[in-house]
Design a binder for this molecule. Structure first.
Ligand code: AMP
Length: 209
């Protein structure tokens, strides 16, 4: 199974993808997580990407495409994968096609802006294992501490109100055209992601089976 999860930041792509990879034994490839790792490790890519990420802007296509191709060359990808947060632009989608990777389905997770803003502003992310929590929808057992690895939970810089509006606008202008792109190829399934995590997960599995 080779899947793409498409949707605005904060809609729940990462959360649902984590459950789907567990159920089917797939690999989750989050370009956001890969970039945050690169920033943490202080690599050249991390240095180049940081200023775009902090502002909530997209990292340039060439950097992202090279990073993704490198990740897809790892052996574990032969089990099947979910691309979470890639592609985010038409040139990224075209580069993926041209690289010969055949995607089975594209799942669009859709929710209203109000729901997305509520999810993004309350999201907390583990600095160690990147697990995701939410201060009211999915709180950790101990405030500020990751349930999975005891790492510190923080609010990502780009989940602060100034960056959220910019990210949503970028989604509308640069990423939303991919809905049309994949609909035209008869690959897109749209899921109502405004519901509870359990319900969205159930609908996702039904859509895949
Ligand atoms: P995410 O964790 O998916 O919300 O990604 C966090 C940030 O990483 C985004 O706001 C972008 O700055 C950058 N990023 C992640 N994936 C991509 C992508 N496919 N294209 C461009 N920038 C990306």
């Amino acid at each position: 199974m080779k899947l793409i999860f498409l949707g605005a930041p904060g809609v729940g792509k990462g959360t649902i993808a984590k459950r789907v990879v567990k159920k089917y034994g797939l690999v989750q490839i989050s370009t956001g997580d890969l970039l945050r790792e690169a920033v943490k490790r202080g690599t050249e890519l991390g240095h180049k990407a940081k200023k775009f990420m902090d502002a909530g802007d997209l990292v340039p296509d060439d950097l992202i495409i090279d990073m993704l191709k490198e990740r897809l060359s790892h052996d574990d990808c032969s089990k099947g994968f979910i691309l979470d947060g890639f592609p985010r632009t038409i040139p990224q989608a075209e580069a993926l096609e041209n690289s010969g990777v055949v995607i089975d389905k594209v799942l669009e997770l859709a929710a209203s802006h109000d729901v997305i803003i509520q999810r993004l502003s309350g999201r907390r992310t583990c600095t160690q294992c990147q697990a995701i929590f939410h201060i009211t929808n999915m709180p950790s057992k101990q405030e500020g501490v990751c349930d999975k690895c005891n790492g510190e939970l923080i609010q990502r810089d780009d989940d602060r109100p100034e960056a959220i509006q910019n990210r949503l606008q970028i989604y509308e202008t640069q990423t939303k055209p991919l809905v049309e792109f994949y609909t035209a190829k008869d690959m897109l399934i749209s899921i109502d992601a405004g519901k509870s995590v359990d319900k969205v997960f159930k609908d996702t599995i039904e859509a895949l089976e």
